[in-house]
Design a protein around this ligand. Structure first.
Ligand code: UDX
Length: 431
């Protein structure tokens, strides 16, 4: 069954959700108030790098199932179900700026002339559904009924299309039975378990998941420090842990800590939300502290190895916060490069996809055409993102062109024994 769907906001979540809904046969209009972005999307371009998204957008646009509009009222009126997927950026105190969601709720209220289902897909503080429903009621002069639904998104950047097409589960938070059948029909083609709960619980599931995943990462990073001090190998330790079905191996990779547009923001927000509800989530504060200390510990490792970085040439491989994306938001590479530059190091960098976006965040970096150009005559090489491309590097060649064969690997990409054999001074995390 095809449903007429409007997606408001064409960021990561909105654009990928819209494309995937169209892919399974729904009629989708994606709305954004950024008109140059709408024009780009209409011409077949996409504003982000995300594997297989561009083809999917073009295919569904050509098939007439997906279109883009700058007119929110038109998109809302044309659709039965409206998904809100606008940004919820952090404010300075760690709380969430909800003004975009609130504005969209008012705009929906102003546009509707008949019953609609309004679905919140943005990552929002618990109790937002109640506020959205209240806002639409207040600003809708005709007193048209709407059903507000919470339907959090769990996609990861870099594999967003894959995550959306093959979800582990779909969470649907409702205030009544009325929107349930339509929500189930929208998601039926995705063949995933659908959990129907109340709106507050659905919103809480999203907080709980992201925080728990961040906790797993910080746990692995705290273990890494103890492994280094004791001579144990964190890779073997998490392998041994991960085979226990109660624990699982995912999200136990030690490294430079979590970055990106979600975890840093969402963990701060959950701490703040809990605080406002009278509950101190100290466990999550520790997760944050461990995450921040990963960068400090890595910088110390660079100093212990290189000693004085002033006037040294440091090659940085990988800038994006994780592989398969060009996203630079809260990328660990930014803190590392800035700290090294502050001490007078020259930075030569290479990333397969994010160098254009990196230019918006960094100054004084020499961007290189490939990893070897970055490494040539470098006094040390720092690896910040585990792109597959770097696994295929000709390490003997790399060693021959560097001024000093020093590699500091923030993502445990290489085998320490092999690196030693090749003549590198090689430091990684927790091994
Ligand atoms: C995350 C959630 O996974 C997703 O469900 C949610 O919808 C949005 O936030 P994303 O930020 O795109 O997705 O990437 P993810 O793959 O989860 O990685 C987040 C960060 O954790 C990255 O910086 C990554 O490098 C880091 N990470 C991940 C680790 O350091 N170790 C790990 O074992 C896993």
């Amino acid at each position: 069954m095809s449903t007429r769907i409007c997606i408001i906001g064409t960021g990561y979540v909105g654009l990928v959700t819209g494309a995937c809904f169209a892919e399974v046969g729904h009629q989708v209009v994606c709305v954004d108030n950024d008109l140059p972005k709408v024009a780009l999307l209409r011409s077949g371009g996409i504003p982000i790098y995300e594997p297989s998204l561009e083809e999917m957008v073009q295919r569904n646009t050509a098939a007439g199932r997906l279109r883009f509009s700058g007119d929110i009222a038109e998109g809302v009126r044309a659709s039965e179900v409206i998904f809100i997927a606008v940004p919820t950026p952090p404010r300075a105190d760690g709380s969430v700026d909800m003004s975009y969601v609130e504005r969209v709720a008012r705009e929906i209220a102003g546009a509707i002339t008949e019953h609609k289902i309004v679905v919140d897909k943005s990552t929002v503080p618990v109790k937002t559904g109640e506020r959205v429903a209240g806002t639409i009621r207040r600003y809708n002069k005709g007193k048209i009924e709407v059903d507000v639904v919470s339907n959090p998104e769990f996609l990861r950047e870099g594999c967003a299309v894959q995550d959306l097409m093959h979800p582990d589960r779909i969470v649907v938070g409702v205030a009544s039975e009325r929107p349930v059948a339509t929500m189930k029909a929208i998601y039926e083609p995705f063949k995933a378990p659908i959990i129907v709960t109340d709106i507050n619980s659905a919103e809480m599931i999203k907080h709980a998941c992201n925080s728990f995943l961040a906790l797993k990462i910080s746990y692995a990073n705290a273990l890494a420090a103890i492994c280094e001090a004791s001579g144990a190998n964190v890779e073997d330790v998490v392998h041994g842990m991960g085979l226990d079905k109660r624990i699982g191996r995912a999200f136990l990779n030690a490294g430079l800590g979590y970055g990106g547009s979600c975890f840093p923001k969402d963990i701060s927000a959950f701490i703040q939300i809990a605080h406002e509800l009278g509950c101190e989530f100290d466990l999550l504060k520790e997760v944050q502290r461990i995450n921040a200390s990963q960068i400090e510990r890595f910088l110390k490792k660079i100093h212990d190895t290189v000693w004085i970085v002033k006037d040294k040439t440091i090659a940085v491989l990988g800038l994006a916060f994780k592989p398969n994306t060009d996203d630079m938001r809260s990328a660990p590479s930014l803190d590392i490069i800035r700290a090294l530059q502050k001490e007078g190091a020259r930075i030569r960098a290479y990333d397969p996809k994010s160098m254009e976006k990196a230019k918006e965040h960094l100054t004084g970096v020499e961007y290189c055409a490939d990893p070897y150009a970055a490494a040539k005559d470098a006094d040390a090489l720092v690896l910040c993102t585990e792109w597959d491309e770097f696994r295929q590097l000709d390490l003997a060649k790399l060693r021959s062109i560097m001024a000093q064969p020093i590699i500091l690997d923030g993502r445990n990409l290489f085998d320490p024994a092999k690196m030693k054999q090749l003549g590198f001074t090689y430091k990684s995390v927790g091994r």
